[in-house]
Design a binder for this molecule. Structure first.
Ligand code: COA
Length: 260
């Protein structure tokens, strides 16, 4: 599949998707959002891919937000459609059924921070900066930033970040729980690939169900989410990987999961 603004590389079970508009710090224009949608759907349906890493081209930026050139001229109707389209693509990332690691190599601002928050795990270079600076443009986040940020760091901290528009360093983002790990910039991709390899070796059906239980369950009343979890717990018992995992434990050897 050909893309103008993305690079897609496969390394065994791990796919690396790079947003590739370094001249504008990888800002997300409409075309890039559309290409992202196509790439995510392709990776979701590719049984050979177990984990996806998303990063930005160049040294400086993961994604510096939505493309301000497009926002500056949008009509109210266009703006609404623009936000809905982006929200849909980020939902696809969250619900693709495979772990997605954001390797945050620099600025993750606005739509960049929102994309990172739709990922499963966020690993940041120690040089990265994160934030939701929309307020400084006189707008509000449109790719679910108000919702995911509050769910990840809590309402009070989210409101402070959303209302000040401050860019916070990676270490501060780590303290708030906005990123999972901070690593030296030069080690970022190696760390992301190593984490991806760890996740790729887990039982894929169980991975998918854990993602589903957490993401869907958090939107349900607790008692319904528990029943949902119990059903998934029952369902995994039908997999060969469940037999392999439990047998390997009892035989004191490492399990080899096949995704069945
Ligand atoms: N949309 C469109 N273009 C963008 C962009 C965005 N979100 N972010 C950066 N760019 C462009 C700049 O206009 C500049 O283009 P130019 O070379 O043609 O002038 C180029 O990328 C480099 O950015 P620049 O601002 O010169 O780099 P910097 O190191 O001085 O500052 C940032 C980096 C990230 C702090 C700054 O670019 C910035 O604040 N970007 C906007 C962040 C934002 O508000 N995002 C939310 C959008 S809703």
């Amino acid at each position: 599949m050909a893309f103008d603004n993305l690079l897609l590389e496969r390394d065994g079970a791990v796919a690396v998707l790079t947003i590739n508009r370094p001249k504008v710090l990888n800002a997300l224009n409409g075309q890039t959002i559309d290409e992202l949608r196509r790439a995510i759907l392709e990776l979701k349906h590719d049984a050979g891919v177990r984990v996806v890493i998303i990063t930005g081209a160049g040294e400086k930026s993961f994604i510096a937000g939505a493309d301000i050139n497009e926002i500056a001229v949008q009509s109210p109707i266009d703006g609404r459609e623009h936000a809905i389209r982006g929200q849909h693509v980020f939902d696809l990332i969250e619900h693709m059924g495979k772990p997605v690691i954001a390797a945050i190599n620099g600025y993750a601002l606005g739509g960049g921070c929102e994309l990172a928050m739709a990922c499963t795990i966020r690993i940041a270079a120690d040089t990265a900066k994160l934030g939701q600076p929309e307020i400084n443009l006189g707008i509000v986040p449109g790719y679910a930033g108000t919702q995911r940020l509050a769910r990840i760091v809590g309402r009070g901290r989210a409101l402070e970040l959303l209302l000040t528009g401050d860019q916070i360093p990676a270490q501060e983002a780590h303290r708030l729980g906005l990123v999972n790990r901070v690593v030296p910039a030069g080690d970022l991709m190696q760390e992301a690939r190593s984490f991806a390899a760890t996740l790729a070796a887990k039982a894929p059906v169980a991975v998918r169900y854990i993602l589903e239980a957490v993401h869907k369950g958090l939107d349900m009343p607790f008692s319904q989410a528990q029943i949902f979890e119990a059903t998934l717990f029952g369902l995994v018992s039908a997999t060969e990987d469940m037999k392999e995992g439990t047998t390997a434990f009892l035989e004191k050897r490492k399990a080899e999961f096949k995704g069945r």
